[in-house]
Write a new protein. Sequence first.
Length: 365
Amino acid sequence: MHCLLLTILNQIHDKVLTYIQKFSCIAKLTLYLFLGGVIFACSDQNQSEAGQFFLKGNLELAKKEYLQAIRYYDEALLKMNDFADAHSNRGIAYLRLGETEKAVEDFNKAIEIDPKFDQAYFNRAGVLIDKQNFNNAAADLEKIRKSYQDSSNYYLKWGDLKFGQGFYDQALAEYDRSLSLYPKNVQALVNRGVVYFEKRNFENAQVDFENALKLDGQQQLAYNNLALLFASKNQLEEALKMVNRALDFDPVSAIYLNNKGYIFLLMGQLEEAKMLFEKSLYKNPENSYAHRNWGIYLLKKGQNTAALNALQKAYTLNAATAQIHWWLGEALFVTNQKEKACTMWKKGAALGDEEATKKQKENCP
C-alpha cells in the first residue's frame, strides 16, 4: 500500500506500501525537462525565474535529492504560485519523503489550478489508496481512464484499490490487465503475488515473487514476501535466508525486523525473536503484526495477561491482521474468558481462519 507490502503474516499500508515504504507507487514521474524553454521564452521575469527553479527541482528529483528538489520548487512557487506542474512535482517529492499530507495538498492545488491535470489525479489516487480512502481514489482514477487506458501502471493502481477493499478476484483481474500491457511490471508481479498469497495459492504467489526478482534482483519486497511464504510452509531456514536478503537492503526496516522475529518465533528461538520485536515496535508502534507477534511471544512465555493486552492492541489497530482471531481467542481462553474466546474463534472461523475453526470445535459448544 502504499505500494503493497505482504501483510499476510507480518505487516505493512507503509502499503506502500510499502508499500513503503519501501517503494514509491508513483508510476510515472513526469519531469517536464523541456518546459522552461517552451512556456517561458516570451514571459515576464517572474515566470522565467520560476521556470529555471522548476527545472533545477526536476534535476534534483531525478537524482532522488528530494529535500533539495522541494527547495527549488518552493522558489519556483514564490515566483509563480499558480504553477501547477511545480505543485505536482513538489507533491511527488513530499511523497517520496513519506510526507503524505503535504503531498496531497500539492496534488489538490495542482488540480485546482488545472482541472485537467491527469498526472496529479493519478498521483493523488495512489495516496488516497494508501489512506484507504477508496471512493475518492476510484473517482480520481475514473476521471483519467480515457487518458490512461493503455497504461500498465493505471491498472496496477486499480489492482491496489481492489485489494485494499478486499475484492481479491477483482484485484487479480486488474493486475492481470496491467501485466498484459507490460509483462515486466515488477510491482504488478509483486502485488499480484500478494493476492495469490492471501488466497493461499502459494504456488502462483511464489512464481510471481521469483519472476519479480528475475527482473529486479534488488526488489526487497519480493524477498520479504518470499520469506513469509516459506514461513507459512514451515520452510524456516529458507524463510530466514529470504528475510535476511530483504534486510540487506534496509537493515532498520520495522517490517523486516518484525518478520525475522516471527521466523525466529516459529523456530523456537524466543529471545532472538523478542529482541527483534522490541526493535520493530520501537520504530513503528502502530504495526498490528508486531503487536500480534509480541503477544504470541508472551503467550509462549506464560505471561498471559500481558499477552492478552498485546493481542487486543493488534486487534484494535487492524482487525484484519492474519490469525489475530486465533491468537486473541487463545489469550482470552487462558485468562479464563471462555465465552469471549469462543466468540473470537467463531469470528475467525467465519473469515476462513483454519486454526480458529479448529479451536472453536475443540473448546466451544
